[in-house]
Structures are given as structure tokens and as C-alpha cells.
Write a protein that binds this ligand. Sequence first.
Ligand code: PBG
Length: 338
Amino acid sequence: MSPQDQLPRPERRPRRLRRSAVIRDLVRETVLTPQKLVLPLFIIDGEGISQPIDAMPGRARLSIDLAIEECHQALELGVGAFALFPAIEASLKTPEAEHALDDGNLLCRAVRDIKSELPGACIITDIALDPYSSMGHDGLVSPEGVILNDETVDVLARMAVLHASAGADIVAPSDMMDGRVAGIRAALDQARYENIAILSYTAKYASSFYGPFREALDSAPVDAPNVPGDKKTYQMDPANSREALIEMVLDEMEAADILMVKPALPYLDVIARLRERTDLPLAAYHVSGEYAMVKAAAANGWLDERACMTESLLAIARAGADLIFTYAALDYARWWRE
Ligand code: PBG
């Protein structure tokens, strides 16, 4: 008798279903199609301009005409939703971010032009003041350096109506002020935009993974007296997860249509927790720093970009995200097609 004959022989063998690619395909639990992705776009004024973003290899600030071209390509690949972020010229940024409410601003022009060229595209606009604020904050800042809540919500609500009038399909408050979903819903309904959906950044953490994004928009909090150097008085503490459930309940009560967790990979537990507690669609934002990490390691030959990016997005979907904002949307859609 060989020693092997004396070992217990397992009856249950999970490896039976891993034996071939066809079987693995049959039992795969999560399938992520390009239709579930949202491509964020950085828009810049001018024409024919594509300014590469150093910390986000493969991504660039695009003038509206080139952004439309990219949307075209994306739609052909099955990616039909776009989150627009305007890179506003420094001279137009003010302490009170008034340019956010200017109907002729870059964001409003971009929404109108993209929708008129590509009516089938879904345009998601960001509701927060940081691209327009000379202080680099998502809300209004008091002389004492406090980010004002209710005063900010008032501006955000008007901003949402402006974006809806320009043709936005979904408005996405990313500011983390209390009560902003209710404020935006009321303003939209009053202006008869009751069919415009709100995608709320429900659990948005004060994360250091936003660095490349702030470089792209030059939107980091400025270093000045009485201006907080970070966003910790409104974005969530990375140490907290129960608090995300409080935000979830409030957003549901305030009639948000889609909830979001951001960033994604370092917060898969939060995604999974919200997935169990809400019946609303759940989004996750695979943010700029998450994208940059894979790109940088791949550029050094340390990681396989395609395999690691695909695995990242699949993990986010597996944790419970129905839709994913990612800078890798076009890459993923191309890989999907192959
Ligand atoms: C700002 C906003 C940020 C991101 C999306 N909207 C940055 C911030 O809160 O400072 C980050 C997205 C990314 O890093 O990809 N309202």
C-alpha cells in the first residue's frame, strides 16, 4: 500500500468545474460588459486640443470637438455614458465659484454640443464647486475657513437645474454636503426636470487616491490662510464603514436614483455592505489613483496592464457595483471585443 492510498479521498472537488475554459465560462458568476462602464472625460476650452495628463497615462484633457470624437469611438465599443469634468481656466475661478452658474461656461457648452451631435449618449455632470472655486473646495468657504453647508446646497441645486437645461441626463453631486440630494431634487422638480436622475456620491471618502484627478483639473485645495488644506470636514473618514450606511439611508430618503461608493478597490467592503442593504442601483468610482497605479506598474514592466485592469474592474463588479466609473473604459471595451 502506498502512503497515498491511506489519505482520505475527497468527494467534493471544486476543481472539477475549473477543468476547461468552457466549464469556467459556464459557472462564472460575474460578467462585466462595456455597457456597465462610465467614461470620465476632462474637457478643456479651445479646438483640436488634446493635453496629456502626466499622472494618468493614456488620458488627456480634450477640447469639446475631440471629446465628441472620443464619445463616438466609445459608443461604437458599447460605452454609452460619460461623466464630464471641466478644466476651468484659472482666471475664471473665484472664491464664490460664480462661474459654475454661468450658462455659457465650458461644461454647459460641452453638454449641449455632445448631446446635439450624439443624442444617444448619456451625459452625467458633476455637481460640486471645486472646478470653479479659486479655493479648490467643493463648497463655499466662510471667512473663518468653514465649508458652508446649506449655502452650498443652494448653489448646487441651481447648478443642477442649469446642467439639466443644457441637456444632462443624470446629475451627480460629488460634494458631500448634507441634504444636497433633497435640495437638488426639489429644484429639479420645480423646474420641471422631474425625469432627470440623481446619482449621488453617497460614500465618498477623503481619499489620497484623487491626486491625479486634481492635477488634471488643477483643483486641489489651495494653500492659503483660512482655507482648509484638505476635504476631511465633508468627505468621509477612510476608517469608517457604518457611517456609509447612514449616508445611504439619507440618500434613499432624499430620493437619490443611484448610489455611489468612491474610491472603489480600497473600499470593496463598503460596496458589498451597501449592496446588501439597498435595492437601488449601486455605482463605484475606480478613481484616478487606482488607474495610475496599474498604469505606472505596467509601464515599468512590473504588472500586466490588461490582466490587472480587468481583474480590478471585475473585483469591483463582484463586490456589488452595477456600474463603474473608470478611466480604463475604452481599453476594457477594446479588450472585450478581442
Ligand atoms: C470633486 C471630485 C473629485 C473626484 C471626482 N469629483 C476629487 C475630489 O473630491 O477632490 C475624483 C475622481 C478621481 O480621482 O478620479 N468634486
